[in-house]
Design a protein around this ligand. Sequence first.
Ligand code: NAP
Length: 237
Amino acid sequence: MRKILITGASRGIGKAIALKLLKEGHSISLGVRRKEDLFNTPLDPKSNNPENFVVHSYDATKRESSREWVKSTVNSFKSIDTIIHCAGIFKRTNLIFKDNEIQDIEDLWKVNVMGPWILTKDAWKYLSMNNSARIIVLVSMSGKRSKGSLASYSMSKFALMSLCQTMRNEGWNKGIRVTAICPGWVNTDMAKEVNSFPKEEMTQPNDIANICSNLLNLANSSVPFEIALNCKLETSI
Ligand SMILES: NC(=O)c1ccc[n+]([C@@H]2O[C@H](COP(=O)([O-])OP(=O)(O)OC[C@H]3O[C@@H](n4cnc5c(N)ncnc54)[C@H](OP(=O)(O)O)[C@@H]3O)[C@@H](O)[C@H]2O)c1
């Protein structure tokens, strides 16, 4: 059983992954902005065993919160062998953005790129001790090709994909394996304003949770680096 940090588990994909992996018996440490979002849900700290379930404050934009979360998780679990990066934000900032949208671009950079980078850096020492650690990153198809006019979101996800490649390179000899999951639309709050096709035809959060569960059972020699998940046919890639 693994000792897993998960970001973005208050909602959406991260929540589905946390529920699945907790049920499977892994030790789970959730980093969330507001612990109260989990109260009276199956991820409520009060209704789970503190030996294998921890919830800690974590804000991807605050440098210290990642360090403190890692430290507190190691205190509880003695080690960390897996990180699943699900926290992320989405903005529709175009190439020719308005002056008042520059903050959106800076926020995307902080949450989608620097958040996973800093958390990985803070946990690296523990991941390196294990010889079969895993890092799973929710990237996006927007990290593989730039479609439409989502300049800022795509920029952040291409940068995140580059970070994944570096994590793979630098972690390889330590047994750390990295998987970048690249979905199109997933039926969560992030996609709630997408009305161009039915929500039930989107990838569902539980499908991604199943993929994560399977990834954690693979040997070091068989972990895919990238999983592209199209819910609609894209003929140009
Ligand atoms: N949904 C899609 O169509 C889709 C497609 C491709 C890739 N992705 C990627 O998959 C990941 C998960 O997306 P989702 O669909 O589950 O989105 P979601 O339902 O909007 O959830 C986003 C999660 O990120 C957390 N978060 C946002 N800002 C944060 C911050 N500053 N610090 C810590 N946590 C923060 C949110 O916490 P709060 O509850 O506190 O806001 C929430 O738990 C994201 O990286 C997203 O870019 C999503």
